[in-house]
Write a protein that binds this ligand. Sequence first.
Ligand code: PLP
Length: 290
Amino acid sequence: MTVLVFLDPAHENGRVADPAQPQLMATDLGATRGDGIFESMLAVDGVARKVGAHLDRLAKSARTMELDIPSADAWRRAIATALAEHPPAEEIVIKLLVTRGVEGADRPTAWVQADAAGPVGRKQRQEGVDILLLDRGYDSSLAERAPWLLLGAKTLSYAVNMTALRYARAHGADDVIFTSTDGLVLEGPTSTVLMATERDGVKTLVTPLLENGILPGTSQGALFKAAAAAGWQLGYGPLQPHHLLEADAVWLVSSIRLLAPVKSIDGTPIPVSAPMTDELMKLLAEGSQD
Ligand code: PLP
């Protein structure tokens, strides 16, 4: 069941709306130009995870595109309303969406959507993923040179990301890792890339450099914090595909799928570590409680 809660100054805790009825104006700039941003977070047993980190990233995306959005408190109240309206479920996906609003109105359209989590994230988590490396078509310094391209923001223009996933599935893979034209590992269409090595008893987690034009993952952030406290070494790229092939384990990480072990890259099998996956799943859950 889908629950919709619109952020509306006349309703302190948000206005619950009927998902079976039209709710957006056809002239909303989110629909006509994809001019908006979003967040996806997971609620486990009715408790939303990493709300602060998601709200911080939403605010950062908004600043990048000069979008005036509701306050963090208003979002928190609307999230609480959405969770209260949704029938109990082990995992609920909560999306925060905000567009530049109806043409000429000068007011954003903002809403929370809650749905029971679908099967894909859980399947990736349990069974792992076969990956295709796909060219993102830009070099790793573009984000810094051209901030108007919004490379580090979570915008509503996800058609390219979704098309890359369809391309992978049409070619026998489950998911994608994008690479830059100068040969660096970037991110998945809906995930952060993470690899681990274990040498002489020292375990190290590495993720690509954020400056390379990728979205800063809230899951990666939460996991790095918890892993550092548990004695892991941490590292940030630059990573090339051969680093992934030589790692002891590689994962796609995101709020909904959590950790999905990568089983192969472009058809080449790579090692999977069930003990490391179990340990990192616990650390991710620990780091995601606030
Ligand atoms: N990178 C991209 C492009 C994403 O869309 C996402 C999440 O959907 C992530 C990374 C992972 O972010 P998070 O861990 O905050 O879910």
